[in-house]
Design a protein around this ligand. Structure first.
Ligand code: SF4
Length: 221
C-alpha cells in the first residue's frame, strides 16, 4: 500500500514536470556524438551557455578525433582558454581523441564501460553521452538533479551515485532521459540551491521539502 502511494506520488510529480517542461532537452550545442563528448568534458564546472560560446568557434574547425590530434594540446587550449580548467580539459580532450582513434576508429563508443575508460570522462559524462547522443536511457545526475530529486522526495540519497541508483529504481526506464532534463530545468528555473521559489511551484503539494518549509513558515507566523 505504502509503495503504491509512493508510486502514485512519483507519477504525479513526473506528470507535472512534463507539463512544465515539455521540450526540455540537452542545453549543450552539438551535431555529433563526438562533439557532445567534447562539449560535456568542457562543461565541468562551467555553465552550458559559456561552453556553447566556446564550442561555436572550436567546432568550426574541429569536428573529429583527427582534427583534435591535428590541433594538438596547445591548439585546443588556445581555443578554449576562456573556460575554467582549460589546460586540464585540453589534455583530456587530446588523450580521449587519441584513445578513440586507437581503439574505436575515431568513433564514440556506445557503452558506459567503454566511455568511462576515456580520459576526462566520468560516469556523469558517460551518461550524458549515452542519453543525448545515442538515446540510451541513463540518468546523468548533476547538482540540479541531485538537489531537486531529493527535495521532491523522489529519492533520499546523500550523494549523486545513490541518487542515480534510486532514480533508476523509482522511475520507469523510458522516462529517464526526459525526467533528467526536466529536473535540470526545474533546478535552474524555480528550485534553485539557495532560494527555491516554492510558493510559485506547481509541485509544492507533492514536494517533501516544500511542504516542510511551508509548515515551518506557518508555525513561525
Ligand atoms: Fe523545489 Fe520548492 Fe518546488 Fe519543492 S516546492 S520542487 S523545493 S521549488
Amino acid at each position: 500500500m505504502h509503495q503504491d502511494l509512493e508510486r502514485d506520488r512519483n507519477d504525479e510529480i513526473i506528470a507535472i514536470l512534463e507539463v512544465m517542461y515539455p521540450d526540455a532537452e540537452c542545453a549543450l550545442n552539438f551535431r555529433t556524438p563526438f562533439e557532445l563528448l567534447v562539449a560535456t568534458i568542457l562543461s565541468a564546472q562551467c555553465t552550458d551557455k559559456r561552453v556553447n560560446e566556446v564550442t561555436a568557434g572550436l567546432f568550426a574547425e574541429c569536428q573529429t578525433a583527427e582534427d583534435v590530434i591535428r590541433l594538438g594540446v596547445e591548439g585546443i587550449a588556445d581555443r578554449i582558454r576562456g573556460l575554467g580548467l582549460f589546460r586540464n580539459k585540453s589534455q583530456h580532450i587530446f588523450a580521449a581523441a587519441q584513445m578513440l582513434l586507437d581503439r574505436y576508429d575515431g568513433e564514440v563508443p556506445q557503452t558506459r564501460e567503454e566511455l568511462i575508460q576515456l580520459p576526462g570522462v566520468g560516469r556523469k559524462t558517460a551518461n550524458v553521452v549515452l542519453a543525448n547522443a545515442f538515446n540510451i536511457p541513463a540518468f546523468a545526475v548533476d547538482t540540479h538533479v541531485h538537489r531537486v530529486a531529493n527535495r521532491l522526495g523522489l529519492v533520499k540519497a546523500k550523494n549523486v551515485e545513490a541518487t542515480e541508483a534510486q532514480l533508476m529504481e523509482a522511475v520507469p526506464k523510458e522516462q529517464w532521459i526526459a525526467l533528467h532534463h526536466q529536473l535540470i530545468h526545474h533546478g535552474r528555473n524555480l528550485c534553485g540551491a539557495r532560494k527555491p521559489q516554492c510558493s510559485e511551484c506547481p509541485l509544492l503539494p507533492h514536494c517533501h521539502f516544500g511542504s516542510a518549509s511551508k509548515e515551518a513558515n506557518e508555525v513561525s507566523n
